[in-house]
Write a protein that binds this ligand. Structure first.
Ligand code: CP3
Length: 341
């Protein structure tokens, strides 16, 4: 029924600006914690389609967003390729085994999506049924470079220097692993679309740590492969911190370019070849008072203008943000963007 985000992503003029939040499912809602506490942990929640569907729909019911994003994680791809992970409370992901050498490549495989990731596809089907057309469902995957970071490093890092070291010391091996991740990701996204995902987003969360030259060699070609292969639905590329890559992403086959809060909107419009833009309020702006959130949201909308914009934060919503502030952000987008027409 509400297909605003799909029409906007296709470049059509709409009656108002659509709005959703990266990481809207899971981080901020007490209703999520309740479901999460009913199972052993994050991984089990991801692998239980009924519960994954329930927490996917929570933000639609409780916050009023214009899209749902399937509850899962970018790290299900390394797991499906043969590297299981744990989600350590308050610390984040941890992989007991990592990829360090050519010999390790022999131990992993391109994901067999239907058998290894069937639980995500099942969650998508259930979510679609329960959403019953209320809002579109976004499928997603990590960009090959960001997934490569976790497969080499085994956990979060400020610099991902072990992963970057591979680009300097063994570029050929790096390309082999990046290609395996890309092949897995294309199959995975196609399966998500077949299961019901109405649009997809690629998260390149660590893009900003690469030099522009390395981005053009080790990241962009694989994003291009994905964008060229997915022709069924609109595609968003969000490369956090990669202000230097906006032009290349603008030339890619994606529909929407995600912006973080450091990226100037007018400059991004000039660089991105007429693409739809998504973003880009500083997530910390939601720590302000209701009046301040409203003011910052209106200022953001003024910068983007009424067309070719999907409102969002410039990165995922932070875990300690008051859901009431998120509602102020969402309602301001809905009301103010309608008046901008
Ligand atoms: O957007 C959504 O709400 C849908 C679900 C979603 C999750 N992770 C659930 C999750 C999405 C789209 C992601 C993407 C993701 N995961 C990214 C890219 C986006 C970004 O923020 O840059 C990255 C880098 C990851 C890897 C990851 N997963 C980390 C570093 C962590 C630990 C810290 C954190 O973000 O909470 C996770 C865990 C995770 N993924 C949780 C959720 C709800 C919290 C786990 C819990 O409930 O215990």
């Amino acid at each position: 029924m509400n297909d605003l985000i799909l029409r906007t992503a296709r470049g059509e003029k709409t009656e108002r600006t659509p709005v959703w939040l990266m990481r809207q499912a899971g981080r901020i809602l007490p209703e999520y914690r309740a479901v999460r506490n009913s199972v052993s942990g994050f991984v089990e929640l991801c692998q239980t389609p009924e519960l994954a569907a329930e927490v996917t729909i929570q933000p639609v019911d409780l916050l009023g967003v214009d899209a749902a994003i399937i509850f899962s994680d970018i790290l299900v791809i390394p797991e499906a390729m043969g590297l299981p992970y744990e989600m350590v409370e308050k610390r984040g992901p941890f992989f007991p085994n990592t990829i360090q050498s050519e010999a390790d490549l022999q131990k992993i495989r391109v994901a067999d999506v239907e058998s290894d990731l069937g639980y995500v596809l099942e969650a998508i089907k259930l979510t679609k049924k329960e959403l019953n057309g209320r809002v579109p469902l976004i499928g997603f995957a990590g960009a090959p470079f960001t997934i490569f970071c976790y497969m080499i490093e085994g956990q979060g890092s400020k610099t991902f220097s072990k992963a970057k070291k591979m680009f300097y010391t063994n570029p050929e091996f790096s390309h082999q692993l990046l290609q395996m991740i890309t092949d897995s990701t294309i199959a995975y996204l196609k399966a998500q679309i077949k299961a019901g995902a109405d649009m997809i987003q690629i998260f390149d969360s660590w893009a900003g740590i690469l030099s522009p030259e390395q981005y053009s060699v080790f990241a962009m070609p694989y994003i291009n492969q994905i964008c060229d292969a997915i022709t069924e639905v609109p595609k968003t590329v969000f490369a956090k911190g990669a202000y230097f890559a906006r032009e290349a992403i603008g030339r890619s086959n994606c529909n929407t370019v995600g912006l973080d809060w450091n990226m100037d909107v007018a400059e991004s419009r000039m660089l991105t070849n007429g693409k739809v833009l998504q973003g880009n309020l500083d997530p910390c702006a939601l720590y302000g008072s209701n009046a301040e959130v409203e003011k910052a949201t209106k200022a953001m909308l003024d910068k983007f203008g009424p067309d070719k914009h999907i409102a969002n934060l410039g990165h995922g919503v932070y875990p300690d943000i008051d859901p009431e502030k998120v509602k102020v952000f969402i309602n301001t987008v809905k009301e103010y963007s309608e008046k901008m027409r």
